[in-house]
Structures are given as structure tokens and as C-alpha cells.
Design a protein around this ligand. Structure first.
Ligand code: S3P
Length: 184
């Protein structure tokens, strides 16, 4: 059976599903899986920032500074938030830090915050050296500090899904339910 038709035969003109959450909570993997299952367009903020800048996020931070990166993120939040495209929007972990981003993304989108226990986050991000905020220190400490600093910003999002113990099929099913509910 074609798994796609099971979920969303028609996603045009439906709410977007906006995946937020700390690094390593599974936003990108979930976004890819959902796009494959539903055929919905996948909009990945980090990838689009890199495409527009013509360089990696690590290089944007290094050469232009974090503020430039955050401005680019905010531009995308406004642009994508304005379109009711039935798209899956995968946000970078810091998108929640700017409330205006959330306001824009919720215009036509259902916001979901993915979470995970710190030890799970550390396991998932370890060995990936592309994240500028996790460079040059003890990973455990950096994750703990950032999580603490951002705790309230993540907790403000009403729908939270803890991905620590969920396999990808269960996570996708959960997210599709949330999304379908928003679009009905
Ligand atoms: C960031 C998270 C990263 C990326 C950038 C900054 C953050 O995205 O946007 O390195 O501030 O948490 P992921 O959450 O996809 O790793």
C-alpha cells in the first residue's frame, strides 16, 4: 500500500507543521520522515540559511557573527510563516529565542516543540562538529548551560513531544496526529 495516501492525500492550503526544539531532539530526522510519508514540502531553516549565505552555519558564525545568522533565521520565519503551504518547517534550535519568530511561524502553522533528556541529546550530537554553539568546551557542560538558559523559551510552546524513547514510526504518527488536528 502507498503509505502516503494514508495520511494526507491533499495538503495544499493546510497548516504548516513547525518543528522546534533544542539541538539533537530529532527535528531534522522527524521532518525528513514526515516529508517522505506525506509528500508534504520540507522546509529546513538551517539548510536554507546556508544556501542563501553560500556557506555553512559554522562559517556564518565565524565570519559574520551570530547576530547575522539570527537575522537570516528571522527573515525565513517571516517568509515561511506567511505561507499556508501544508509544509513541514524544520527550525534551528535557537529559533525560539526570538518571540517574533514564533508569532510569524504560528500564523499558519502548528508549533510543536520536540524535547529529549540531556543524556540523549548529548549522545545524538556527539561527534557532529558542525554546531558552532557546541564547540570548544565540554559537551555535557555546554548542553546543560544552554538548556538551562533556554528552558523557559522551549516550555512556552504548548505542544511538547519527548523523543527520548520514541522510535521514528511512533514519533511520526504522533506528529501527524497533531498536524491533522490543526488542519481539520
Ligand atoms: C542552533 C541550532 C542549530 C543551528 C545553529 C544554532 C541553536 O540547529 O541553527 O547551529 O542556537 O540552537 P539544530 O537545532 O538543527 O542543530
Amino acid at each position: 500500500m502507498d503509505g502516503r495516501s494514508l495520511y494526507f492525500p491533499q495538503m495544499n492550503n493546510q497548516h504548516n507543521l513547525v518543528l522546534l526544539g533544542f539541538m539533537g531532539t530529532g527535528k531534522s530526522a522527524a521532518g525528513r520522515k514526515l516529508a517522505a510519508l506525506t509528500c508534504a514540502p520540507l522546509l529546513d531553516m538551517d539548510a536554507e540559511v546556508e544556501r542563501r549565505a553560500g556557506k555553512s552555519i559554522a562559517r556564518i558564525f565565524e565570519e559574520d557573527g551570530e547576530a547575522v545568522f539570527r537575522r537570516m533565521e528571522a527573515e525565513l520565519a517571516a517568509e515561511w510563516g506567511a505561507q499556508k503551504a501544508g509544509a513541514i518547517i524544520v527550525c534551528g534550535g535557537g529559533v525560539v529565542l526570538n518571540e517574533e519568530n514564533l508569532r510569524q511561524l504560528s500564523r499558519h502553522g502548528k508549533l510543536v516543540c520536540l524535547t529529549a533528556r540531556p543524556e540523549v541529546i548529548i549522545r545524538r550530537v556527539a561527534g557532529h562538529d558542525e554546531r558552532p554553539l557546541l564547540q570548544g568546551g565540554r559537551l555535557e557542560q555546554q548542553v546543560a548551560t544552554l538548556l538551562e538558559e533556554r528552558k523557559e523559551a522551549y516550555e512556552r510552546i504548548p505542544i511538547q513531544v519527548d523523543t527520548s524513547d520514541l522510535d521514528m514510526d511512533s514519533l511520526s504518527a504522533r506528529l501527524i496526529r497533531v498536524w491533522r488536528h490543526a488542519s481539520s
